[in-house]
Design a protein around this ligand. Structure first.
Ligand code: CA
Length: 231
C-alpha cells in the first residue's frame, strides 16, 4: 500500500519512510503544499500523512482542496500544533485522525492501519454494525430497519464508534467531535453522551453494545456476533 508523506522536515521524512517501510508501506514524499497538490491531482494513495506547517502554505489548504474534489483518501494530520482548536479545525476540514509532534512511530503506524481498516472511508457512506445502521449524510439512525430519533451529539458519538469498526476509539476523538459541535462541553461530557447513547441503543433493541476500555476510550461490539462465535 502506498502512502503519501507531505512533510518538509527532511530528517523526519527519512525517519517516517524507514518506519513505514518496516511496516510494509511504500511511500512517496513531497515537501511543499504545491508539490502535494500537483502529485494528488494525478495519483491516488491509500492514505496521506500531512504536516500542517509547510514552507509555502498551510497543510490545511491541501486537505481542503482534496476534500472539495470529493477525494475521500484517509488523511492523518501530523503537526507541531496540538491545541484543541487546531485539532478541531483539522478534523472539521476533513482530516481522519490527528497526531501531535513529537510522536511515537509505533502509534503512527497503528493509527494508519486503523484508518485503512475503516469501512466508512467514503463520504456519505452508510455505516453499520449488527442491526444498527447510520446514514452519515442524512444523519439517520436505523435499528433493525426502523428509523430512530437520536439527538445530534449521540449520533456523532455513534458515528465515531462505527467508523472505528471494532477498534477502540480514543476518548480524545470524541472530545474533538463534541467540542466541534459546541464550545461549552464539560469535562465529563463524553461519558454523559456515551451513557445516553448506550441507553438509546438498548431501548431500541440494538444488537450492539458500547464497551469502556478504561483509560483509553470506547469500542462498539455486536453482541449477537460475539455470542455466535463463542458457541
Ligand atoms: Ca513542517
Amino acid at each position: 500500500m502506498r502512502v503519501l508523506l507531505v512533510e518538509d522536515n527532511v530528517e523526519l521524512v527519512s525517519l517516517l519512510k524507514r518506519g513505514l517501510a518496516q511496516s510494509g508501506f511504500d511511500t512517496d514524499s513531497v515537501g511543499t503544499a504545491t508539490d502535494a497538490a500537483h502529485v494528488l491531482s494525478t495519483m491516488r494513495y491509500a492514505a496521506i500523512v500531512l504536516d500542517l506547517g509547510l514552507p509555502d502554505d498551510d497543510g490545511l489548504t491541501v486537505l481542503r482542496e482534496i476534500r472539495r474534489r470529493g477525494d475521500s483518501t484517509p488523511v492523518l494530520v501530523l503537526t507541531a500544533r496540538d491545541g484543541v482548536s487546531d485539532r478541531v479545525t483539522g478534523l472539521r476540514e476533513g482530516a481522519d485522525d490527528y497526531m501531535a509532534k513529537p510522536f511515537a512511530m509505533e502509534e503512527l503506524i497503528a493509527r494508519l492501519h486503523a484508518l485503512l481498516r475503516r469501512p466508512g472511508n467514503l463520504l456519505g457512506k452508510r455505516l453499520s454494525c449488527g442491526n444498527v445502521e447510520l446514514d452519515t449524510e442524512g444523519r439517520q439512525v436505523l435499528v433493525n430497519g426502523a428509523l430512530r430519533a437520536f439527538p445530534a451529539r449521540e449520533t456523532a458519538v455513534l458515528e465515531i464508534l462505527l467508523r472505528r469498526s471494532g477498534n477502540v476509539a480514543p476518548k480524545r476523538l470524541f472530545e474533538d467531535h463534541l467540542f466541534g459541535l459546541s464550545g461549552d462541553v464539560g469535562s465529563n461530557a463524553v461519558e454523559v453522551y456515551v451513557h445516553r447513547l448506550r441507553k438509546m441503543l438498548s431501548d431500541s433493541g440494538a444488537s450492539v453494545k458500547i464497551h469502556t476500555v478504561r483509560g483509553v476510550g470506547y469500542i462498539l461490539a455486536d453482541e449477537k456476533a460475539a455470542s455466535e462465535t463463542a458457541r
